[in-house]
Design a protein around this ligand. Structure first.
Ligand code: UDP
Ligand code: MG
Length: 312
């Protein structure tokens, strides 16, 4: 009998969790030839999420959970879940039922019998989502796919079931600034995409503000692409060329280099552009600085339901 580990990052999901557990258990019971375990990762929730996870692990031996000491972010929660998953197959699911549990059966069938290493959900539409957010996301995925030369298209999210080999490869990437969509694409392996329609959250609120999404987007690009730094180099070279041409042109047409106001303007603009790109370089340096610290990606406060760990 195979084992599927269902990894669920949870941040203040008290409203969504009971329904998530009910529907996902039902879907799991429908899978022939495999049993499921749940690895809930409470990402420093301040509501009753830890209490719900506590009672789930008391009521159902398949329910394991980990609570972080504070909010470390969804990426850290997914990493922790994967590290603690013992299944032959691992699947990431959001707690808000935006990833339909009914697809688990088909995903398992694909990875078990069709020779794929991974079966992933492809969200076909963004029905029910804020229009501006949808538009910005689409633009972001176009830019990122182009810049990073990795397949991170719109709708290709974290909802995916993978075999042990792929899961272990994902765990091999131990970087601090994690961007799972990029990591999945980076490790490669054969992936089959199965489409599904977007649905609204079952309960509760999205945990992402525009600010946090923007930071996440910038992190994604900087984690996987040196392109912004090369752009700084190319722009620098162009600016030098433009300055030379302006100098030569002025000398040729007016006989002397003049026009002080114009020069002041140019200097200011050029300095502005330089500062902008220096900040991009600064971000790379700061990322490297963070990596060199080798900080833990998360800190576990408590583990529940793991047989090898005695309850304290
Ligand atoms: N999440 C998390 N830590 C965070 C933010 C979100 O573990 O800091 C979890 C959240 O509980 C949910 C999943 O990540 O299970 C997706 O979050 P959300 O539904 O808010 O994102 P959206 O669907 O709006 O992109
Ligand atoms: Mg959601």
């Amino acid at each position: 009998m195979d084992k599927i580990s269902i990894i669920v990052p949870c941040y203040n999901e008290e409203k969504a969790l009971p329904e998530f557990y009910r529907r996902t258990s039902e879907a799991a019971a429908d899978i022939d030839g495999a049993e499921c375990e749940f690895i809930f990762v409470d990402d420093g929730s301040s509501d009753h999420t830890p209490d719900i996870l506590e009672s789930l692990s008391r009521a159902d031996v398949r329910c394991r959970s980990i609570s972080f000491s504070r909010n470390f972010g969804k990426e850290a929660a997914m990493y922790a879940g994967l590290q603690n998953a013992s299944g032959d197959y691992c699947v990431f699911m959001d707690a808000d039922l935006q990833h339909p549990p009914e697809l688990l059966k088909e995903m398992y069938h694909v990875v078990k019998t069709e020779g794929y290493d991974c079966c992933a959900g492809l969200r076909e539409d963004r029905t029910g989502e804020n229009r501006l957010r949808s538009l910005l996301s689409r633009i972001f995925y176009k830019v990122v796919t182009h810049m990073c030369k990795l397949d991170m298209g719109d709708g290709k999210g974290d909802f995916r079931m993978m075999n042990r080999t792929m899961a272990d490869s994902v765990l091999e990437l131990k970087e601090y600034n994690r961007y799972m969509k990029g990591i999945f694409s980076f490790v490669g392996f054969d992936t089959k995409w199965i489409p599904f329609h977007n649905v609204g959250r079952t309960a509760g609120e999205t945990k992402w503000s525009f600010g946090s999404l923007f930071r996440y987007a910038v992190d994604g690009i900087l984690s996987f692409s040196p392109a912004p730094a090369s752009m700084a180099g190319a722009t620098g070279a162009l600016l030098i060329l433009a300055a030379l041409l302006t100098g030569i042109g002025t000398v040729v047409f007016s006989g002397a280099l003049s026009g002080i106001p114009l020069l002041i303007c140019l200097i200011l603009i050029l300095n502005g552009i330089q500062m902008f790109f220096l900040s991009i370089l600064g971000q790379y340096i700061s990322k490297d600085y963070m990596e060199s610290k080798r900080r833990p990606i998360y800190i576990v406060k408590k583990k529940r339901g793991f047989p090898e760990v005695a309850e304290r």
